[in-house]
Write a protein that binds this ligand. Sequence first.
Ligand SMILES: Cc1cc2nc3c(=O)[nH]c(=O)nc-3n(C[C@H](O)[C@H](O)[C@H](O)COP(=O)(O)OP(=O)(O)OC[C@H]3O[C@@H](n4cnc5c(N)ncnc54)[C@H](O)[C@@H]3O)c2cc1C
Length: 441
Amino acid sequence: MNQHERIEFDVVVVGAGLAGSAAAMVMAREGLNVALVERGQKPGGKNYFGGAIYTHAIEEVLPDFMERNPPFERPVTEAGFWFLSQDGLMRATVQGGNLDRSPADAYTTLRASFDLWWAEQAQKEGAFLIPKTTVVDFIREADGQVIGVVTDRPQGEIYAPVVIICEGVNNLLAQKLGLIDRDLEPAHLALAFKQVISLSSETINTRFGLPDSEHGLAVSVLGDVSLGLPGMGFVYTNKTTLSVGLGVMLDTLAEYKLKPYEVLQRYLAHPAIAPLVAGGQLLEYGGHLIPEGGYRDMPRLFTGGAMVAGDAAAMVNALHWEGTNMAIIAGKRAAETALEAHSRGDFSERVMSRYEDRLKDGFILQDLKQYRNFARFLETHPEFMGTYPVFLNDALGNFFSAYGKPKRRLFREILGALTNRRSLPQAAGDIISMGRAVMGW
Ligand SMILES: Cc1cc2nc3c(=O)[nH]c(=O)nc-3n(C[C@H](O)[C@H](O)[C@H](O)COP(=O)(O)OP(=O)(O)OC[C@H]3O[C@@H](n4cnc5c(N)ncnc54)[C@H](O)[C@@H]3O)c2cc1C
């Protein structure tokens, strides 16, 4: 190529993660010339999550996804919470009902294979993947209008009238554009770390009470996971591996001088968790940040010629482990806005603002707004991570024990197990605060 030749596309998408490849897929299908720039050797190489991915979002972008052999592990046929005390486990999970359908609502997967497949679908629609390339800056006109990106390659400018930023949690580019003026606060970032542990599918089925490999489990684990500090664990069953890990708020790790690996080892050694992973071979260990601040940490979502989607815009609902679906749908909404801009030949901030309108119409902005106080609630109510899971274990353990004493005494003891830890007015206040944080009152 002539070194003076200008590289031009209709759109540049930064990051071939879930948001980026979704955006690229939608636009390329409609005939736009899309550059999908990914810093990794290949998409997914460094991406990490729990986790389970939701089909409603995949289907909205790729209606025939099941015919394209997605690299799913297991359908999620059992989901819920586990509450750990020091030596006990109370399970509150659900099976059947909404979880018993095909395709399932969610599938467990591993990001190295899923993201690669997801980006391949974008390429099949015509997007041009540029791997091993990091976007480091923007090309802007004097009035600030974005007209392209600068990459870390020699003569690495790529011109396009629209840039969609899907760079994930490290929102350096969003900061560079002035869409947000700060790093995310450690109190709003969870450092999540996990192990992928290999076991035979028969062992997984037996240990988790699953009839076969067409059934899978996804649970959030609360209580004696994160030493009673703000944090949550998870267990996901894959075909022949388990994904087991936990997330703890970054400020907590620093304050208590906790080493992530030690917290994870402690969790894996818990008497209820250790037998589930026993004899397994460690295949992977990794960590990743989760932007849990949600609505209050969102950057401005657009400017002239640019939009930001997914983790880069703090689009995560931590309580529901929803991030992948928000990233995919936000990528699609940004793509629809880019298509509209191209059809009008107008890339101004006014047209880019239609992206936010689209997000307001759906679950993403509505949910994030509703849960806007949830991160603060977790910060101020650590008892939901420690006291209550332990109480639930004690209470149920007592309820189902025949001590040979009058039940009236038993109930007094159960109540005592609560009030020793939290007075009744405090407990009532906690429940109301949780209701407020979840309902957005
Ligand atoms: C441990 C853990 C468990 C989770 N579990 C779940 C779960 O079970 N279900 C769920 O829905 N969500 C879960 N999440 C959240 C979910 O993973 C994220 O919300 C989702 O990955 C966000 O997608 P994204 O496309 O915005 O960002 P990412 O998936 O992070 O993709 C960003 C991409 O951009 C690339 N990139 C970054 N900067 C540049 C640059 N400058 N130039 C070029 N490329 C760049 C990166 O290499 C990456 O490929 C979990 C997260 C973690 C950490």
